[in-house]
Design a protein around this ligand. Sequence first.
Ligand code: KG4
Ligand code: ZN
Length: 366
Amino acid sequence: MATFLTVLGIESSCDDTAAAVVQRAADGTAGIRSSIAHGQKDLHRDYGGIVPEIAARAHAVRLDSVTQQALDTAKTSLDDIDLIAVTAGPGLIGGLLAGVAFAKGLAAGAGKPFLGVNHLVGHALTARMTHGVAFPYLTLLASGGHCQFLAVRSADSFLRLGGTIDDAPGEAFDKSARLIGLDQPGGPAIEQCARCGNPNRFALPRPLSGRKGCSMSFSGLKTALLQAHTKIQAEGDPTDSDISDLAAGFQQAIVDIFVEKSCAALEMYHQEMGEKPNVFAFCGGVAANQTIRQNLQTLCAHSSVEFVAPPLQYCTDNAAMIAWTGAEIYQPGQSSGFDLKARPRWPLDERNIPPLLGSGRKGPKS
Ligand code: KG4
Ligand code: ZN
């Protein structure tokens, strides 16, 4: 591969300490030389959710060894790195600060340029890194802190078509899993448990169904699941099959919401962009869910739109997408300065449009 740019990526915005080395060739193709992610699941298990202070401290402890591992796996060293790209937001402020400070130190020590990257851009551009998708395209970015439909016009131009007005779907998976006694992160736990469940036993709602546009809502779903669970408990201890049916019902509700609103988003994209998209890319941690992927793939097949979803390790948080984003947006001579600040909130569509989120929104990346 004729190498154009070799980028070291660093990610620490939530509960994964990650580093990666990615190359972008002159023809725009990507080469992922390494991608190391060290999760913090065990550190947060006793607390039922991510504790920001524990996360920040763990990132500070792990960043150097994870980075060394990424360089070693790529069989390279800092000398051969052209750019250091680091997640500067949105996310938990302590973790962001740990990553940004670390990247500044590395850049200063090695005399390399560095660039602050938006984590959401990282998710949204992953389909270009893994599948070479061309601009423009439609993406559904669904993660633990976010959910939005975006027209991706270029690496730095995004049009938000709609998104959640309350919880993010990953957050709904996590909270719902906790309610029915499953492990964290809730997404994979519910997916696994739903395999042998009956998705039709419980009548869970599809909030905002039938409404115009592609806005979504997930918080009522969680409450309905709690009520169904409480009702079962009143009749005795829930059995494994009760829990599987609840998990399957919850997952099916998310599938139905995504399918209906993706249909609306495809139409909105057509109206806004003057043509239908060539590609619908599903990204973010929730895109790791096979059942949701299959259903969106079927929808796209009916609409003659190519469906793309990255390999699972590039759906959930990783540093390869941060390195790739750095490679896409970097212009020599235009790196970040040492005054780069972490931005806990950093919207993708920077037009002055009102937030979609309701007043109750308080996720780490809202
Ligand atoms: O993108 P990500 O790693 O971090 C954020 O940027 O938020 O997404 C993490 C979220 C978690 O809420 C997790 O439960 C969810 O993605 N997730 C899944 C699956 N794997 C991870 N949700 C549904 N099904 C999955 N298989
Ligand atoms: Zn993420």
